[in-house]
Design a protein around this ligand. Structure first.
Ligand code: FCA
Length: 347
């Protein structure tokens, strides 16, 4: 059944979830106690893993937590899910996880520059550390030597650029009537690599460099990308057709909403996101919007596999690989149901 599924609920009851996410932020942590593994009252001896994310309102992170919860159930550990939505919250929340007895931390931090402080805090509190999605950086801008699970950002960006070119050619759009808008967030490496990859492939496909406009977003939410896109649209009102790329679905969704408020017809827009989360909202609408597709990422690997790595590290002393890259698949109106089914994802 489609309607009862996790993702459908997530999209249909967006407000409820946002409230739930806010409640989560408010009370700072939420313990998902798995039922397997025996001990209840004397859970002191049970392995405890904390999973901190930067944007609990984004469906991507909700999916990561959902799969982490499945790992907790299957492997029999306690999972502590914690939201840290800005830099100031990170260290106190780690402290909090340690005080609750966590032995390991999986984190997608709101600020990767906190890398050295996060590493120091985990060392001080004897927490094993694994990063997911966003890699920690040091003062020199180089990645820190912490095990990491992330997407092959540049390659996935390339896939976006190639798919945009293909669809543009299919529609027979003239290059002189077309521009590309790239909603960027370049201070975050994984974001910059994705948008650079999209631009690189568009150029390799013959798209003129001077028709590519970057729209730097100040915040990585819908209002942030919408505002950034509106500036570019205001400055380029003569453009007939728009290609749109960004670091994730949220980035392109804000831009698509902006094209709508500029009264640009939906069939004059081709937007392709990354994540395969909020883009589903548009793919499900009976009338196509400018949102053409998204690169579906492997949330299960980011939520379940990271937990398994951490669990094996804590319980067997098996260190995770230094780096694990995951990839993605293009989903569109035509194939998303089939692909989500194949991936064992709800829709
Ligand atoms: C970053 C983005 C998320 C998701 C993840 C894999 O953390 O903010 O939306 O794309 O990488």
């Amino acid at each position: 059944m489609h309607t009862g599924s996790f993702l459908s609920k997530m999209f249909v009851t967006g407000l409820g979830l946002t409230m739930a996410a806010l409640a989560l932020v408010g009370c700072s942590e939420n313990k998902a106690a798995p039922s397997s593994g025996g001990s209840t009252a004397s859970s002191g001896s049970k392995t405890k893993i904390a999973f901190i994310v930067k944007q609990p309102e984004e469906p991507w992170f909700q999916l990561e937590w959902k799969f982490a919860g499945e790992a907790a159930k299957d492997l029999g550990f306690d999972l502590i899910t914690i939201a840290a939505t800005d830099g100031d919250q990170v260290l106190p929340k780690i402290e909090n996880a340690a005080a609750q007895g966590a032995q390991g931390l999986i984190i997608c931090t709101p600020d990767v520059k906190l890398g050295p402080a996060i590493v120091a805090k985990c060392k001080e509190r004897n927490l094993k550390l694994l990063t997911v999605d966003d890699q920690l950086v040091g003062p020199d801008g180089k990645f820190l030597d912490v095990p990491h699970v992330g997407i092959s950002a540049h390659k996935i960006g390339n896939t976006v650029g190639q798919a945009l070119m293909e669809e543009m050619k299919k529609r027979g759009w003239k290059p002189e009537e077309t521009a590309m808008m790239v909603v960027t967030y370049e201070q975050l490496d994984t974001a910059r690599e994705r948008t650079d990859g999209a631009i690189e492939s568009a150029e390799a496909g013959g798209f003129p460099k001077d028709k590519i406009f970057k729209a730097p977003e100040k915040t990585t939410d819908i209002p942030g990308s919408r505002d950034a896109a509106s500036v570019v649209l205001t400055q380029n009102q003569k453009v007939k057709n728009w290609l749109i790329a960004s670091m994730n679905d949220t980035g392109v969704m804000g831009a698509v909403r902006a094209t709508e408020s500029f009264n640009i017809p939906a069939d004059r827009v081709i937007a392709i996101g990354i994540n395969g989360d909020s883009a589903l909202e548009d793919l499900k609408k009976p009338t196509p919007t400018g949102l053409f597709g998204s690169i579906l990422l492997q949330a299960k690997r980011h939520g379940y596999e990271t937990c398994k790595m951490m669990y094996d590290w804590i319980t067997k002393g098996q260190e995770p690989p230094k780096i694990t890259y995951t990839d993605g698949i293009l989903i569109t109106r035509e194939n998303y149901i089939k692909v989500l089914d194949e991936q064992g994802l709800p829709h």
